[in-house]
Design a binder for this molecule. Structure first.
Ligand SMILES: Nc1ncnc2c1ncn2[C@@H]1O[C@H](COP(=O)(O)OP(=O)(O)OP(=O)(O)O)[C@@H](O)[C@H]1O
Ligand SMILES: [Mg+2]
Length: 593
C-alpha cells in the first residue's frame, strides 16, 4: 500500500557523491587530504585526460591494514573520529568517512596499501569481494578510473580536459602551500607538470605563486590570545584583477569564507583601488573547537564561534602589516618567515595612507567634548606644547586619569602615555574604532541615530551594482542614519549621514558600506548584522594608522577610552592598550629599586 521505499545503497552513495564529487579536482582533493591525514611526506599524482580517465595518488603514509580495506570504501566508516566530541575538535582533513565511498559509487576505484604490520601489500577493487596480495613497498596507492562511467548525465557537465586539469592543479597548489614540508609531483598524460621538493614555506610560496608576488609580499605573524594569523600579504604595488591569488587557510584547510575575505578586503580598502584585488597567502590558526568545519560538503566553508572577534583580529593584523613602515617590517622574522626585500614600494602609496593628514573633524569634536566635560583632563597651560609631559607628582594624586597623559606617538600607530604606574601604550586605531563602534551602537539603540544633513549633497560616481544596492537597501541605510539616493544613471547623492561620522572620508565610508551590503544584504536590520555594519562604519570613521596626532588629540582619545564601556578590549582578548609598570621597565634595565 505504502509508497515510501528505502533507497538502494548504491543510489544513496551516488546521491551523496553529487555533493562531494563535483569534478576530477574534487576527487583529487579528497585523495590528497587522505594521504596527508595518513602522515605522508611524499605524494605523487598522475592524471590522465584531465583526471576523468585516471587519477592515481601514491603516498608514503601509514598505510591501511588488510582488514580495514573494505571499510575504507564503506560509507560512514572512518579512522579519524569516533564521537561528537572528536568531531567538534577535529584536526584531520577527513572526518565523515564518506569520500572514498562516494567516489567508488561513480568511478572504478582500486586501493592498494601496505601496512607496516604486513609482509606485503594488499589490493582491493571497489567492485570486488575481497582483497588480493599486491606489490607495493610502502604506503598507499589509490586509483580512480573512468569517473562518472555509470552516471553519464554527470559526465556531460565536465569541461574540457585542459580546464579539468587546471582545476586539479589548483587543488594541488593549495594543499602544497599548506604543507610545504611534504614533497609533491604531478604529471598529466605522462608528462611532468610539477615537482615540489620538501621546503620551507617561503620557498614553497615562491614556487606556487611566482616571482612577481614574492618581492612585494610582506611576511606577517600576529598572535592574539588563541588566534594566530601568519603568512604573506602583498603590498598594493602588487594587486590582481581577480581573486585568483587569495589563499586563506583555517587550521591548514583551504577555505573560501566570506567573513575572512571581507576582513582582508577591508584591510586593503584604503590603499587599493576598488577594482583591484589583493594577493595573499594567510593561515589562521585557532582552537579547533572554535570553528565548525562540518558545514559544507566540500569543506570549503567554515563557521566561527566568535565571528566578530576573528574579523577584527584579521583586519587589524593585516592593516598593521600593510601600514608598518618598511624599515620596521620583518624585523623579527629571522626564523619562520623569510625576510623579503620589497623592491619597488612606491613612495606615493605612503602618502595615501594619510601621513601628516590633519585630524578628522570627528576627532577634534570629541576632543572638544572631552575638554568641556572635564576641565582637568589636560593641564591648561601645557596642553599641546610639544614634548610636554606631566611632572611626576601630578600623576600620583587620586584624580589622575587611569590612562595618564600622552607623551608621544610611535610610528603613527601607538600612543605613548605616562600614568601613575608607568608607561601606557595604546593602539590608536583599535582604540578609536572601539570607541566609535560603542558610540554608534549606543546612538542607534537609543532611537533613530543622530544624523547630520549635508548642506550640499555629496555626489559620488557609482557603478550600476552600487546604485542597485542603494535602492534595495534603502531601509537599512536609513536605519543606520544615511539618506542617499540615485542622482542619475551613474551617480549617488548622499544627503545625510550619522553625525558621528560626519568628519571622516564620506566617500570611502559609503563605498565600503555599499560593498558590505551588496555582499551580505540585510533585508531587516537584525542586531548582529547591524553591528557588523556599524563595525564597518566605525572602522572607516576611526583614525588611520600613520596619522599624526597632536598631544591634545591623543589626550582626548585617552579620556574617551576611559569613558567608553569595554574600551580596553578591542575584542575578546585583544587589548587596545597595555600597561608597562615602572617595575617591569626597571626589570628590562636590571635596575634594582
Ligand atoms: N592514503 C591513505 N592512507 C591511509 N589510510 C587511508 C588513506 N586513504 C583513506 N584511508 C583510510 O580510509 C578511511 C576512509 O577514507 P575517506 O576519505 O572515505 O573518509 P575520511 O577521510 O575518514 O573522511 P572524509 O569523508 O571526511 O574524507 C579513512 O578514515 C582512512 O582510515
Ligand atoms: Mg578523506
Amino acid at each position: 500500500m505504502g509508497i515510501i521505499k528505502p533507497l538502494p545503497d548504491l543510489l544513496i552513495s551516488q546521491i551523496a557523491a553529487g555533493e562531494v564529487v563535483e569534478r576530477p579536482a574534487s576527487v583529487l582533493k579528497e585523495l590528497l587530504e587522505n594521504s596527508l591525514d595518513a602522515g605522508a611526506t611524499r605524494i605523487d599524482v598522475q592524471l590522465e585526460e584531465g583526471g576523468v580517465r585516471l587519477i592515481r595518488v601514491a603516498d608514503d603514509g601509514g598505510g591501511i591494514a588488510p582488514e580495514d580495506l573494505p571499510l575504507a570504501l564503506a560509507r560512514h566508516a572512518t579512522s579519524k573520529i569516533a564521537s561528537l566530541d572528536d568531531l567538534e575538535r577535529v584536526g584531520s582533513y577527513g572526518f565523515r568517512g564518506e569520500a572514498l565511498a562516494s567516489i567508488a559509487s561513480v568511478a572504478r576505484v582500486t586501493v592498494s596499501s601496505r601496512h607496516p604490520s604486513q609482509p606485503h601489500a594488499f589490493r582491493l577493487r571497489s567492485n570486488a569481494d575481497s582483497a588480493e596480495p599486491a606489490a607495493l613497498a610502502a604506503g598507499t596507492v589509490i586509483e580512480v578510473a573512468d569517473l562518472y562511467f555509470n552516471t553519464p548525465a554527470r559526465r556531460k557537465f565536465l569541461k574540457t580536459e585542459a580546464t579539468e586539469f587546471a582545476h586539479c592543479d589548483e587543488v594541488l597548489r593549495r594543499l602544497a602551500l599548506a604543507r610545504p614540508d611534504v614533497a609533491f609531483t604531478l604529471s598529466h598524460n605522462g608528462s611532468a607538470k610539477r615537482r615540489l621538493a620538501s621546503a620551507d614555506f617561503s620557498h614553497r610560496a615562491r614556487e606556487i605563486i611566482g616571482d612577481e608576488f614574492f618581492p612585494q609580499a610582506r611576511p606577517l605573524d600576529a598572535v592574539a590570545g588563541p588566534l594566530r594569523l601568519s603568512g604573506l600579504a602583498a603590498l598594493p604595488a602588487y594587486s590582481r584583477a581577480g581573486r585568483d591569488e587569495q589563499y586563506f587557510f583555517v587550521n591548514g584547510r583551504f577555505v573560501r569564507d566570506k567573513l575572512l575575505t571581507h576582513a582582508a578586503r577591508q584591510a586593503w580598502a584604503d590603499i587599493l583601488h576598488g577594482a583591484r584585488h589583493p594577493a595573499y597567502v594567510l593561515f589562521l590558526e585557532l582552537d579547533p573547537a572554535g570553528v565548525d568545519v562540518n558545514v559544507h560538503p566540500a569543506k570549503t566553508e567554515v563557521r566561527f564561534r566568535d565571528a566578530r572577534g576573528i574579523h577584527q583580529f584579521i583586519f587589524h593584523a593585516l592593516q598593521r602589516t600593510l601600514a608598518t613602515p618598511l624599515a620596521a617590517a620583518g624585523g623579527d622574522e629571522e626564523t619562520a618567515a623569510p625576510r623579503f626585500v620589497p623592491a619597488a614600494y612606491p613612495q606615493a602609496r605612503q602618502g595615501s595612507l594619510g601621513v601628516g593628514e590633519p585630524a578628522t573633524r570627528a576627532y577634534l569634536e570629541f576632543a572638544r567634548a572631552a575638554f568641556a566635560d572635564d576641565a582637568n583632563a589636560v593641564p591648561p597651560a601645557t596642553e599641546g606644547s610639544p614634548g610636554w609631559a606631566p611632572t611626576p607628582g601630578s600623576t600620583e594624586d587620586a584624580t589622575a586619569p587611569l590612562l595618564g597623559f600622552a607623551i608621544a606617538q610611535l610610528h603613527g600607530i601607538y600612543i605613548l602615555a605616562q600614568n601613575a604606574a608607568g608607561l601606557v601604550l595604546v593602539d590608536m586605531h583599535a582604540a578609536h574604532e572601539r570607541i566609535l563602534y560603542e558610540k554608534l551602537k549606543t546612538d542607534i539603540e537609543a532611537g533613530p541615530p543622530a544624523t547630520q544633513a549635508l548642506l550640499v549633497p555629496l555626489l559620488l560616481a557609482a557603478s550600476p551594482a552600487e546604485l542597485a544596492t542603494v535602492e534595495e537597501q534603502g531601509e537599512t541605510l536609513a536605519a543606520l542614519g544615511f539618506d542617499m539616493a540615485a542622482a542619475g544613471p551613474r551617480e549617488i547623492a548622499v544627503r545625510r549621514l550619522p553625525a558621528l561620522l560626519a568628519g571622516g572620508k564620506v566617500n570611502d565610508l559609503v563605498r565600503s558600506l555599499l560593498r558590505d551590503l551588496a555582499e551580505h544584504p540585510a533585508s531587516r536590520v537584525i542586531e548582529t548584522r547591524r553591528n557588523e555594519l556599524l563595525a564597518t562604519m566605525a572602522c572607516h570613521g576611526a583614525v588611520r594608522a600613520h596619522r599624526t596626532l597632536g598631544l591634545m588629540e591623543m589626550n582626548a582619545l585617552l579620556r574617551q577610552m576611559e569613558a567608553t564601556e569595554r574600551a580596553d578590549q578591542c575584542n575578546h582578548g585583544r587589548p587596545t592598550w597595555v600597561q608597562l609598570s615602572m617595575a617591569e621597565l626597571d626589570k628590562l634595565f636590571m635596575r634594582g629599586r
